[in-house]
Design a protein around this ligand. Structure first.
Ligand code: AQP
Length: 331
């Protein structure tokens, strides 16, 4: 069982990234061969600061290690260190259609946010993501719900390649949490919690102090009702129920039972305190690990060496099937 996922080294990671992706990564390294990639090339598709991108890879490596990734049990590496990703992206562009890329909702959302320049990289981003995944003959891709469309595209690309050139690539399955696959913005609970969200008060960042976290939950948008129960017109309460259920490792129904008859204010206070306690140990370990940049670089370099061996094999197979490069022996 091979598990692969990528995460961008941009901005400070938030509770949505943690619950939707990072926690499943940790679980993945217990279940199979986990391969986790800091996708710095993806981050170059929108406006960015080069110096912040470089240090962002160390920030993210430290956070992933603090959360529980263990380099002895999984492969953790930086995308740009393994050139095979970019080579495979180009090879897969020939089996990706312009029309399907145009339909990607993330491209539409992110291109709308770019003021005066939409890069071709932003448009072809999902093919690089497909290359990231397919390079490792991945079985499972743990991601948040917002990546569903990209995983579907990856499956289509793999199937199209196999039917045109012969069975070569593994068609991966997206794996999404049943609760917590889409953590919503605390100020606008109809939008996902996001690094590039409109209001920083809507996201819980790993750099937030406990007092800031409690304040954000206190001001979380709810509704005019009074009952702490799920409902179609209660996106704020639904989100807080999901968060508390995940953080405590219980079902949403159990949380509803506990807060029967409680006021929204009391419920929000409890969710805030639970989140503070949940992320405090990760925040503390992060500070220690982030202090040793040389050690982080060594872990990423060792991970890249392992990843390259697997990806190079896939690229060689793909090139051979496509008739790209010299004739190779069958070995
Ligand atoms: N709100 C969320 N709830 C659950 N999972 C989420 N993810 C992102 N937001 C939520 C998952 O986190 C993983 C890493 O995401 P990324 O760093 O590659 O960035 P992203 O998907 O573009 O999301 P961000 O961090 O919020 O950035 P922007 O603002 O650019 O959209 C992915 O598995 C993602 O599904």
């Amino acid at each position: 069982m091979r598990i692969f996922s990528g995460i961008q080294p941009t901005g400070v990671k938030h509770l949505g990234n943690y619950i939707g992706a990072i926690v499943p990564y940790i679980e993945g390294q217990e279940r199979g061969e986990g391969i986790y990639c800091i996708v710095d090339l993806h981050a170059t598709t929108v406006a960015y600061e080069p110096a912040a991108l470089r240090t962002g890879s160390y920030d993210l490596a430290a956070l992933l290690l603090a959360a529980g990734l263990d380099p002895a049990r999984c492969i953790l590496f930086r995308q740009s260190d393994v050139h095979e990703h970019s080579v495979l992206q180009w090879l897969l562009m020939g089996v990706s259609s312009y029309g399907e890329l145009l339909r990607m909702t993330q491209f539409k959302d992110k291109s709308d946010k770019q003021k005066d320049f939409v890069s071709a990289g932003l448009f072809s981003y999902p093919v690089l993501m497909a290359a990231d995944i397919l390079a490792y003959k991945t079985d499972e891709v743990p991601v948040g719900d917002d990546q569903r469309q990209h995983v579907e595209l990856t499956r289509n690309i793999a199937e199209r390649f196999n039917s045109r050139f012969g069975e070569t690539l593994v068609v991966p399955a997206g794996v999404y949490r049943t609760v917590g696959a889409r953590i919503m913005d605390l100020q606008d609970p109809t939008s996902k919690m996001s690094t590039t969200g409109a209001n920083p008060q809507g996201a819980i960042y790993f750099s937030d102090e406990p007092s800031a976290i409690l304040k954000k939950f206190k001001s979380a948008v709810t509704d005019s009702g009074r009952e702490v129960v799920r409902g179609p017109d209660k996106p704020g309460i639904n989100n807080l129920l999901d968060i508390l259920a995940v953080v405590r490792g219980v079902s949403v129904e159990e949380v509803e039972r506990e807060f029967e008859g409680s006021m929204y204010g009391q419920f929000k206070q409890t969710v805030g305190e639970a989140v503070v306690d949940y992320i405090a140990p990760v925040q503390a370990r992060y500070k220690e690990l982030r202090a040793d940049e040389a050690q982080l670089e060594a872990i990423l370099a060792a991970g890249a060496d392992k990843a390259r061996q697997i990806a190079a094999q896939t690229v060689a197979e793909v090139q051979a099937k496509m008739g790209v490069g010299p004739v190779r022996s069958a070995s």
